[in-house]
Structures are given as C-alpha cells and as structure tokens.
Ligand binder design. Structure first.
Ligand code: GDP
Ligand code: GDP
Length: 463
C-alpha cells in the first residue's frame, strides 16, 4: 500500500546515496567503483510526513550477460513499471551526459510521472548542470544533495501530489469494494452516486477567512442543501478536517479551518490563529475561497490571507459574505471595486462573489466561480503561442535599456501549471526592472485569459 517511487539514473549520480537518505538506513552499499554488487531490496522511505516505498536500480552494472546499456535498460524499465512515480537523477556537477539523455528517453517513453533531480548540488555547486537539465525535457529540475541532505523540501513538494494521489486512489478502491459488498447484501442500488464519486478525484476547496466571517455557516448551508437533495447523509462523509460534498454531480472536498484547528489541537486565541489556520487549509487545497464579511471587508487580516493564497500559488475566489446585511448594495459594490483596484493587483480579475451563507443565497454562483478558477489555474499554453506573443511584445514594448544595453529576452516556455509558471530565457535577467515583469505578467494574463490566478514568471539566464 502507498506509493512506489523508483530511483533511476546512470551509475554514480548518487542513486544509492539518495536511497539511503530516504530509507534512513544503510541498506544499499555506496561505492565509487562501478561493478560493486549492491542490495536492491525495496525500502520503506520517509520524507517529512510522507511514507512511500522506494526502489533503487543501482547495482545493475554487475550483471554479466549483455551490454551495460542493455542491462541498465532492462533494469530501469522493470523499475519504472513497478513504480507510481520516477525520480530521475543526474549529477549536476557533471552536467548532462549522453547516457543521461539516453535514460531520460527511456523514462519519457513510459507514461509514468517523472521528477528530475539534479544531485550533488550542495552549496551552489552544479548550477550549470541544473540549467542544462532543462534540455532533458523532463520539466524543472529539483536541486538536491543526497549526501548532505539539502533540497529535500523541494523533493517533498514535488512528491507530495503523487504520493497523496496514490493514497486517495487506494482509499477510493477500498471504498468501492466496501460499497460493492453493501450492494450485494442488500440486493439493491443503495447509493450509486457514492460509488461513482469515490472513483473520481474530488476538487479540493478550502474556505478560509477571519473568525466570524461566516465560514461555518456557509459550509453548513452547503452541506444542508445537499442533504435536502439527496436524503439524510447521502453523499456526505465527514472526517475531522474535510467534508466530501457533491455539488451538481461534481465531487468537492471541503477543508474547513475549524476542523483543522481541532485536529491540530491548538489552544491559542482565535484572533491570533486565523492566519496560521488559513495557511494549513490553503496547503491542502487547490482552490481557496476567502470569505470576507461584507460589513467590514478587506481588513488587514483579510489581505494577509489573500496574500498568503497568492504566495502559495493557489486558485482563488473571494466571497463577500453576509450580503443580506447590506442595505446600499450599489455603494458597497463600488467600495469593493475600489478595494480590488487597490489591493488585488497580483491576482487581477479574481472572481468576487457576493453571497449570504445564512440565507443560502449565491452559493451556486460561488461554486461556478470555484470551478472556473480551477480551470484557469490549470491553463497550459504551448511554447509556440508563448513565443509568438513574446515576439509581439518585444516589437512593441521591449525592455528598457540599462546603460545603453538592452536585456535580450530570447525565448519562453511554460514550466508548470497550477499555477501557471513561465520561464523566460534572457541575458542579464538581474537588470530587468520589476515594473517590466509586472507588465509582462499583466499582458500574459489578458492575452491568454488567466484572470485571478497567481501567475509566476521567472528568468533563466541563457544565450
Ligand atoms: P549510484 O551509482 O547512482 O548509486 O551513486 P552512489 O550513490 O553510489 O554515489 C556515487 C558517488 O557520488 C559516491 O562517491 C557518493 O558519495 C557521491 N555522492 C552521492 N550524492 C552526492 C552528493 O549529494 N554530493 C556529492 N558531492 N557527492 C555525492
Ligand atoms: P466563522 O467563525 O467564520 O466560522 O463564522 P460563523 O459561521 O460562526 O458566523 C459568525 C456569525 O456570523 C454568526 O453569528 C453567524 O450567524 C453570522 N453569519 C454567518 N453568515 C452570515 C450571513 O450570510 N448573513 C448574516 N446576516 N449573518 C451571518
């Protein structure tokens, strides 16, 4: 049970060292001499709170029969088949070698997700290799030092979604099996929507906000409506931190900060805690609904929470709750627009929904906005379209010249989604003013229709 992670790469890049680091025991022998026999048992790995099984492919160079590459390839393919996710390791100091490229190809041809690790990158060593690693076409490399235990937080964040996904799938399969048994015993279709729903991955939504913004009322209203539609408790399962909810046939996992607080057994005062609570919920979520109180919205703490969501790169929707208490709605809406211009520039175009959790108004519109924000967050733009756009920008609004020299933006590509993250390759990125980056981000947002999502744009040095 749990995820299986294969460590793949040519000899000597540090696979066994990484294996030992993850398993925490000296299970595999580390040796500089190629051809030394090694133990290849799967290990039970831990990384922070993640638990998974790791398989090391080191040691394959000692078999006798065929060519080295042939043996490595067979071994690698076997490990890939057994795994849920592949850690592809290169030696950042050595850069990308032809053998790395060869194995990258093998990995790429399999359908398994891959995390590219540039090892031996302690200190700032291996920066050159890190840059070269992009050329392998396996996404953004994570710099680590297996020997010195550096960069493990990066590895953790890269692995987290895969490990969680496997656990969720296993849970879903177990649930399905359980429901199948219930159906057999009763001889009738008890709760088909649950069986169908558990097979699908729910959208993870956190509802955060200051104390008293109305989060609990809103969540209860959401669940209450569902109860009326589908009968008592159908489709609803509750654990201490999340609630599964069905909204128009779509599966949603709601994370509720109150639940998280209970789970963490934190005793401090509410007022002080809400930002820390929010952060915990945000980390679980794909889309975050920030609930504001319409009678005093956009207070300092609200802005802190919004800022946190943007920094964590989550899709975002703003819910102006208690709208039923507002008498002059036109004036209130104008004030919200003003606040939007003043405070929400980095998530320009974010959906702002007015609602009343208490009276159950505006919840459907809120959920439509949530799914809309999720779609934008997943935007992927082809490299060809991006570079056509970049060419146009450079023609009409090139970067300002610094000391008579212009920074050259050469090329760009989307490195990640959720949120969209773009790399622009250029000479002397350090000379580009912040204002120019803002201009690029705003223009990208408009041109490719990505309202409200945090957009990341980083520069990579390259000629
Ligand atoms: P494998 O053949 O891919 O399993 O590689 P090993 O784990 O046996 O490591 C090969 C060599 O690289 C050993 O001498 C390790 O000590 C060294 N090594 C592994 N990880 C690191 C690292 O993070 N930094 C440095 N500088 N050396 C490392
Ligand atoms: P939480 O701390 O964010 O979970 O807030 P609660 O859900 O406990 O709500 C705080 C207070 O605001 C309670 O007295 C609720 O009845 C009230 N409240 C919540 N939502 C609304 C709403 O939409 N309209 C009005 N008028 N009151 C609300």
């Amino acid at each position: 049970m749990g995820a299986t992670v294969a460590i793949i790469g040519r000899p000597n890049v540090g696979k066994s060292t990484l294996f030992n680091r993850l398993v925490g025991k000296r299970l595999a022998l580390v040796d500089d001499t190629p051809g030394v026999t090694r133990d290849r048992r799967p290990g039970e790995a831990r990384l922070g709170d993640l638990r998974f099984t790791v398989i090391d492919t080191a040691g394959l160079e000692d078999a006798e029969a065929t060519s080295l590459e042939g043996r490595m390839r067979a071994q690698t393919e076997e490990a890939i088949v057994e795994s849920d996710v592949v850690l592809f390791v290169i030696d950042a100091r050595a850069g990308v070698t032809p053998l790395d490229a060869y194995f990258a190809d093998v990995v790429r041809k399999s359908d398994k997700p891959v995390i590219l690790l540039a090892n031996k990158a302690e200190g700032r060593a291996g920066e050159g290799g890190l840059y070269e690693a992009f050329a392998l076409g396996l996404g953004e490399p994570v710099a680590i030092s297996a020997e010195h235990g550096e960069g493990l937080a990066g590895l953790y964040s890269a692995l987290l979604p895969f490990v969680e996904q496997v656990e969720e799938d296993e849970q879903a399969a177990a649930d399905e099996a359980r429901f199948a048994i219930e159906l057999d015993e009763d001889g009738q279709d008890l709760v088909p929507e649950i069986a169908a729903g558990t097979a699908e991955r729910p959208l993870r939504v956190a509802i955060v906000g200051r104390p008293n913004a109305g989060k609990s009322t809103l969540i209860n209203r959401m669940l209450g409506e569902e109860r009326m539609l589908t009968g008592p408790e159908a489709g609803i399962t509750r654990d201490s931190i999340s609630v599964d909810w069905l909204w128009r046939d779509r599966h949603v996992k709601l994370f509720d900060t109150a639940g998280i607080r209970r789970k963490a057994r934190v005793q401090e005062k509410l007022e002080k805690l809400s930002v820390a609570d929010a952060l915990r919920a945000i980390k679980f979520a794909e889309v975050v609904v920030v609930a504001l109180d319409a009678t005093n919205s956009f207070e300092k703490q609200d802005l802190q929470i919004i800022e946190l969501c943007a920094r964590e790169g989550r899709a975002l929707v703003i819910a102006i709750n208690k709208w039923d208490l507002i008498e002059d709605r036109e004036a209130a809406w104008q004030a919200i627009r003003d606040a939007q211009d003043r405070y929400l520039n980095q998530i320009r175009g974010v959906a702002i929904c007015t609602l009343s959790g208490l009276q159950g108004q505006g919840i459907d519109r809120l959920m439509e906005a949530v799914f809309g924000a999720y779609d934008v967050w997943n935007t992927r733009i082809s490299t060809a379209r991006l570079n056509r756009w970049l060419t146009g920008i450079l023609a009409h609004h090139p970067p300002p010249a610094v000391q008579g020299r212009r920074v050259k933006l050469r090329y760009m590509t989307q490195a990640k989604t959720r949120p969209p993250h773009f790399f622009v390759f250029c000479s002397r990125p350090e000379e580009l003013p912040e204002s120019y980056t803002r201009y690029l981000v705003n223009n990208l947002r408009e041109k490719f229709e990505m309202p409200g999502t945090p957009i990341r744009l980083s520069y990579r040095k390259g000629d």
